[in-house]
Design a protein around this ligand. Sequence first.
Ligand code: NAG
Ligand code: NAG
Ligand code: NAG
Ligand code: NAG
Ligand code: NAG
Ligand code: NAG
Ligand code: NAG
Ligand code: NAG
Ligand code: NAG
Ligand code: NAG
Ligand code: NAG
Length: 858
Amino acid sequence: MIRLFAPCPKFIPLLAVFIVSCSLPLAISDDTDTDREALLCFKSQISDPKGSLSSWSNTSQNFCNWQGVSCNNTQTQLRVIALNVSSKGLSGSIPPCIGNLSSIASLDLSRNAFLGKIPSELRRLRQISYLNLSINSLEGRIPDELSSCSNLKVLGLSNNSLQGEIPQSLTQCTHLQQVILYNNKLEGSIPTGFGTLPELKTLDLSNNALRGGIPPLLGSSSSFVYVDLGGNQLTGGIPEFLANSSSLQVLRLTQNSLTGEIPPALFNSSTLTTIYLDRLIPDSIGNLAQLTEFHLDGNNFNGSIPSNLGQWRQLEKLDLSHNSFSGSLPSEVFNISSLSQSLDLSHNLFAGPIPLEIGNLINLGSISISNNRLTGEIPSTLGNCVLLEYLHMEGNLLTGSIPQSFMNLKSIKKLDLSRNSLSGKVPELLTLLSSLQKLNLSFNDFEGPIPSNGVFGNASRVILDGNYRLCANDPGYSLPLCSELGSQSKHKSTILKIVIPIAVSVVISLLCLMAVLIKRRKQKPSLQQSSVNMRKISYEDIAKATDEFSPTNLVGLGSFGAVYKGMLPFETNPVAIKVFDLNKYGAPTSFNAECEALRYIRHRNLVKIITLCSTIDPNGYDFKALVFQYMPNGSLEMWLHPEDHGHGKKRFLTLGERISLALDIAYALDYLHNQCVSPLIHCDIKPSNVLLDLEMTAYVSDFGLARFMSANSTAAPGNSTSLADLKGSIGYIAPEYGMGGQISMKGDVYSYGVLLLEILTGKRPTDEKFNDGLSLHDRVDAAFPHRVTEILDPNMLHNDLDGGNSELMQSCVLPLVKVALMCSMASPKDRLGMAQVSTELHSIKQAFLELSSGGKVV
Ligand SMILES: *[C@@H]1O[C@H](CO)[C@@H](O)[C@H](O)[C@H]1NC(C)=O
Ligand SMILES: *[C@@H]1O[C@H](CO)[C@@H](O)[C@H](O)[C@H]1NC(C)=O
Ligand SMILES: *[C@@H]1O[C@H](CO)[C@@H](O)[C@H](O)[C@H]1NC(C)=O
Ligand SMILES: *[C@@H]1O[C@H](CO)[C@@H](O)[C@H](O)[C@H]1NC(C)=O
Ligand SMILES: *[C@@H]1O[C@H](CO)[C@@H](O)[C@H](O)[C@H]1NC(C)=O
Ligand SMILES: *[C@@H]1O[C@H](CO)[C@@H](O)[C@H](O)[C@H]1NC(C)=O
Ligand SMILES: *[C@@H]1O[C@H](CO)[C@@H](O)[C@H](O)[C@H]1NC(C)=O
Ligand SMILES: *[C@@H]1O[C@H](CO)[C@@H](O)[C@H](O)[C@H]1NC(C)=O
Ligand SMILES: *[C@@H]1O[C@H](CO)[C@@H](O)[C@H](O)[C@H]1NC(C)=O
Ligand SMILES: *[C@@H]1O[C@H](CO)[C@@H](O)[C@H](O)[C@H]1NC(C)=O
Ligand SMILES: *[C@@H]1O[C@H](CO)[C@@H](O)[C@H](O)[C@H]1NC(C)=O
């Protein structure tokens, strides 16, 4: 049927258009009408809930004005050459009548909700060069028939649910320039023919389920610019021929199962600017002089990073995160002054201090060295990186305070120093960083009042959890409020608020520096350093000694790991091996704290370390263990509460033994508090941490929570390697610790007092019988002195006191109870010091020995 002479109502408007556009010929053909019909058919078979295609009306003749339709108007026929209905909220299957738009060159149906299969009628679109069906919900296979579209240049089918193999026939479309098929469920292997397509520039097949190797011909095309095959199940090696592509700039092969080395030829490529690789050992990373981005993240690389990385002088972005790189942070990386976008070394096993060279990265916007094993202080050179916006150092073992030079980080938006062992005051300088939007200092050991201006003005921007010695003036923070003393400065002028703290902190910095210098001179080598003097011991030695960590050798379970009994070849006596469970939060810190503590201390009543082991286990995980002399008589806990340890038949401790043990522990604490170079607070005195040898001598053990103090009995900044969050043990922990009070020797005295009460009464401080609200201390205090026999351990009385031995009672028991009560006073200032306790107990023991040698004790 010839539509040239169509009825007037349709024809006239069309004619009008032609007249207006002047240049148009009047020929209206079959094909023109077919296009119109095809468009109306397309509209009628899909759902258009937003009415996006309302202009597509059967009353409107000029379809060239319809939304999304473009016509070719230079020739004798009006034909649809492009249809773009991207992002129009359309759904339903793609109607087969689309195949009647036979002149169409560009079809964009992307970002809709089209369902079902790709219609095979698309084969009739012989002119099509651009086909984009991305971001729909299309299913089924890519139709073989697409290969008839011999002019196809761009094929975009990404973000659908297409299945099956990529048809080999597609490679017959020899003009293909872009093949974008990522985020589908395509299977099978990569068609070999892609490599022979002379114009193919972009091949993105990522995030499918493709298998097999990278086809050999892929590199023979010299046109490739961007190849992404990541996120498939490809196997085999990286073919060298990829390097033959003279234009390849970006190569991404991440998240496959490729093996082998990176072919050296690849590094001779003069065009590659970005490489993403996976599971390949980069021992030969070449001279990629133009590389601007290097992503190696999320792989399993181990060892140290390749040293010639530093020669890549154009590198702007370096991402080595989420690998198992170890060794120290590579200084050469900090020498790449071109790094301007980001440096990500996070989630590796880097250890040791942060090199001062980090301050060379003055162009960088983002640095992450988080979640490694970095130690030492934050270098003040970091303050040179004045363009930094993001600084992530969380999850390391950093100590010391926040350097004053951070004042220069004027662009900083996010600063995360959480999960370290940083200490000292939260510096006022942070209030000067006006760009700062998020400050995370949680799980450190900061102390004192927090500043109130700047970022601190908005409690939601500052995270301070797990710093038990901080206080705030603003009740918006869930911190204890500071005392009146702390809040006086509120009335001072802004200048004073800023100038004084800065001046003070400069003075403090100088003092600290002097202290550090003085201390450096005095410092003994650390335990880990001095371990060269100790017996070297390997993971295998320990595995063998404990019979592969056999449960039969398990003698104790602590908060940070397990204790095994074992025999070592070079020790005649059995040893106790404390294996840290490094997955437990705080365990690495605990190991370090214990090493730090043990490096200074030697005392008759402290458990002796034989050696330590800090290595990697066969699975590549860090392994840390401490080896102590084994204590054959277990812990005081077992002796005081035999019923809880399956030792019902064990004999009870005599009064004499209890006095001796109490004195041993007092000696040990007196030594730690008063006779060490820096006082050491144990922080976890309890019966299970007191071990007994065959002679029933007591040894204080477990320094996992211990921390050093400066002489004026406040925590010495930069010197504390102890746990960020103080734990202690319920019942023994001093009440002031629970209220944010400072760690002090008086805290240990409290624990000791409770322990002594337990030794005397045989009752735990957590005993259920005390749930009337009265503590062990209160109960004993109430009975003291006249009814004291009522609360004493009957097993002890049975052994040592013949009913009413008043002399023993007067000269030993009552003084002991009194010491215990005076140590466990609620207020720290009412408690005795350990020196006085040792003296008192010494004379009690003397009195006891005199009475027993005089035959007055049964
Ligand atoms: C136009 O379409 C409507 C409904 O879609 C129909 O009712 C009407 O008859 C059509 N008119 C012509 C001229 O085809
Ligand atoms: C316009 O369409 C005709 C008919 O399909 C075709 O021959 C011609 O090449 C097209 N012109 C342009 C500029 O696309
Ligand atoms: C289709 O239209 C969208 C805007 O609606 C545009 O972003 C897109 O580039 C167009 N597609 C083509 C092939 O021109
Ligand atoms: C294509 O157009 C012809 C008439 O030109 C028509 O017979 C046929 O049904 C159309 N095909 C589809 C799939 O709509
Ligand atoms: C296809 O369309 C999507 C969404 O409109 C767009 O992001 C993408 O770049 C297009 N693909 C190609 C190859 O042009
Ligand atoms: C594409 O799909 C991926 C997951 O398959 C999804 O994360 C992403 O948001 C999608 N992109 C768009 C633009 O819908
Ligand atoms: C790379 O290209 C060179 C010359 O252009 C050729 O001799 C060599 O065989 C090619 N290598 C591979 C693996 O295709
Ligand atoms: C890389 O290039 C250097 C010199 O440009 C050449 O000596 C070396 O053979 C090349 N290596 C490979 C594997 O092509
Ligand atoms: C790296 O891993 C491989 C295999 O997992 C192992 O053989 C090698 O010893 C490791 N190297 C280092 C330095 O840990
Ligand atoms: C850093 O660069 C300087 C000069 O550019 C060079 O002398 C120095 O050896 C480099 N350091 C490292 C660790 O690569
Ligand atoms: C702050 O740090 C803690 C510990 O690293 C982390 O759990 C938390 O998600 C961080 N909060 C923010 C907002 O970054």
